[in-house]
Design a protein. Structure first.
Lengths: 311, 308
């Protein structure tokens, strides 16, 4: 009976919500311009795509409802898709944590240096991501199949290999090349937010930490800097999840599409195959929905992990 | 009080033990630690900057050096010919290049500034206040970052066509406003602002919008700058060929893309030089903006004394 005292009737609850809403009218007005555009140009197309995933939409003809047909085909009849999932996970497991930790460490080290040198280094690390597709040609030169390509020549000069390795055509190495090139380009948005976030940590916190007996910069990193950067760590994690699970275009331009025997075929490659080459939008949408679900699950796991930082 | 006294005692002890550092700002930095960090950063810097160095060196090569294999980083006879050709070809396009430059300028300026204003106005309430629907909006924004754009392209095209924006610059600008990346970045930084700062302003009689522009925006300047760079880059490299058909309405990025792929300057090896020069130029513009903006990001939160 004691419990009933705290229960609020439905009517009262609605009243309370309405009261809160009334109080927040200025806030609603502030978020309105963005949220309206967001609904029209982001939410609506996503919902539409989710709907397409249950149809056989092919852009030209009207869509027919096929229920779970696309999903059934993906998991039961499409062995290439299973390969794509496997490859995507292999790439993401290395590029994701690798790129995340590397970009945090570099951002932190940059902050240890004087301001101007730090700015120059920030630009240097961010440059490959900024130049985008223009730098992929250089990876093609480094990993060239030719025996005089940079990497092959270096390995031969060091006496490690005798014959040229077909980095861009051999099934065994294709995925390694894609992983290396992706890591190279992983100093993206997350890295920038780390750099900005470390600058935002209050100096007084470091002073307090020093007084409380923090002896060296490693302790300072773990006990002061990291806990003060939770929002940026979270942002970086979301960025890393989305980018490492959508590796695809790097492989396209390095090893060609499709990659030799689908050795580096990823979910995004598969999606682009159906979405922009075969124009089977229904099927492509189903792939997008599955990728979306994978990312949501990954995000939940990472958020749980990040709560433990600095404790 | 006891805590403060304790801290002060420790402070005095420290002062006594080392007269040269009366007040230690950060924990001790060892000299060798600095050296190792610096060397490591230089090494990583060389590795990461290699593609860019390659790109620049390629653009300075005369034709007879460009196709040497393996490519050499050091150019023996550096020349500006590629850049001169690039300018010459641009000067002779059917639509004057000034027109496409103006189009790009319009899209980049209106788009970037508009996006920062609209998105930051939305980020502040979502970051600092709880109201019915705020948690839902927050979740929606995070998850929207995870949906692949290939399949949303067609619904988007139909919407833009339906709104009558096809073949105008607005077809690029308005959907660009709704990009969630910058908003999410700004929101994350705003969460760190202490509540007391805004409460104080509220007591002084400032409204939400006023607090936003006079207190929140200056405090999160590093995030604003980062968001600006991202959105600038997105608009600058947007070729818009899905939405804009009239040549006179197209932007600089589109013209350069056509040039680099040999569709304007002719086919074969003759465009290789122009192509590498154009890659450097397209890359240099956001780089310069980045450098200018980034150098202005000093630790605003700490220096302005506005943090708790």
């Amino acid at each position: 009976m004691a419990k009933a005292k705290y229960q609020i009737s439905m009517k009262r609850r609605v009243q309370l919500i309405l009261r809160d809403m009334k109080r927040s009218i200025p806030l609603y007005i502030m978020i309105a311009p963005f949220m309206i555009l967001f609904a029209v140009f982001v939410v609506y197309p996503v919902l539409k795509a989710v709907w397409y995933s249950f149809t056989d939409y092919n852009v030209l003809e009207a869509a027919n409802f096929v229920a779970l047909g696309n999903y059934r085909k993906l998991f039961l009849d499409d062995s290439i898709f299973i390969t794509a999932i496997k490859n995507t996970f292999i790439i993401a497991v290395i590029v994701g944590p690798g790129g995340y930790i590397l970009s945090y460490l570099l951002a932190w080290m940059i902050n240890e240096l004087p301001h101007t040198i730090g700015t120059v280094l920030t630009v240097i690390f961010y440059a490959p991501s900024m130049a985008g597709s223009a730098v992929i040609t250089v990876f093609a030169q480094i990993f060239s199949n030719d025996s005089n390509g940079y990497l092959n020549a270096a390995l031969r000069n060091l006496g490690i290999t005798q014959e040229a390795i077909l980095w861009l055509s051999d099934e065994k190495y294709v995925i390694v090349v894609v992983i290396l090139a992706s890591l190279w380009m992983s100093m993206g948005v997350g890295f920038l937010s780390f750099v900005a976030g470390i600058k935002g940590v209050d100096e007084a916190q470091y002073e307090a930490g020093a007084i409380d007996g923090i002896r060296n910069r490693w302790q300072e990193l773990w006990y002061v800097t990291l806990p003060n950067m939770k929002p940026q760590l979270l942002f970086g994690a979301v960025m890393t999840i989305t980018s490492s699970l959508s590796v695809g275009s790097v492989g396209d331009s390095l090893v060609g599409f499709p990659s030799p025997n689908y050795a580096s075929h990823t979910i995004v490659n598969h999606l682009n195959d159906y979405g922009s080459i075969r124009m089977e939008m229904g099927y492509a949408s189903a792939i997008a929905v599955i990728l979306f679900l994978i990312m949501i699950i990954a995000n939940m796991l990472i958020q749980k992990l990040l709560r433990k930082v600095g404790t | 009080m006891a805590v403060i006294q304790n801290l002060y005692q420790k402070h005095l002890q420290r002062k006594k033990s080392n007269d040269f550092t009366p007040f230690v700002k950060k924990s001790q930095r060892s000299f060798w630690g600095n050296v190792i960090l610096f060397l490591f950063l230089i090494l990583m810097g060389v590795v990461f900057f290699f593609p860019v160095i390659y790109m620049v060196s390629q653009s300075l090569k005369p034709m007879n050096e460009m196709f040497i294999f393996p490519p050499r980083i050091i150019v023996s006879n550096p020349t500006m010919d590629n850049y001169r050709d690039f300018v010459n070809v641009l000067a002779n396009t059917v639509v004057p290049v000034t027109r496409s430059l103006f189009n790009s300028l319009f899209v980049v300026v209106v788009g970037s500034v508009g996006h920062i204003v609209i998105a930051s106005l939305c980020a502040y309430p979502l970051a600092k206040y709880k109201f019915p629907g705020s948690a839902f909006c927050n979740q929606l924004i995070v998850y929207s970052l995870m949906f692949n754009a290939t399949v949303t392209m067609i619904p988007n095209f139909l919407t833009i066509a339906g709104l009558g924006m096809l073949d105008t610059q607005w077809a690029i600008i308005i959907p660009g406003f709704a990009s969630t990346l910058g908003l999410y970045l700004m929101k994350n930084f705003m969460e760190q602002i202490p509540d007391s700062l805004m409460e104080a302003a509220q007591i002084d009689g400032a409204g939400y919008v006023r607090i936003h522009f006079t207190i929140v925006m200056p405090v999160v300047k590093p995030a604003l700058v980062t968001a600006f760079i991202l959105v600038f880059q997105a608009f600058w490299t947007n070729t818009g060929d899905k939405f804009i058909y009239t040549e006179a309405n197209k932007g600089f990025a589109y013209v350069v893309q056509q040039l680099a792929s040999g569709r304007i300057s002719g086919v074969g090896s003759s465009y290789a030089g122009i192509s590498s020069a154009s890659a450097v130029i397209m890359f240099a513009v956001p780089l310069v903006v980045f450098l200018i903006m980034q150098n202005n990001v000093v630790s605003t939160m700490a220096t302005s004394g506005m943090k708790e």
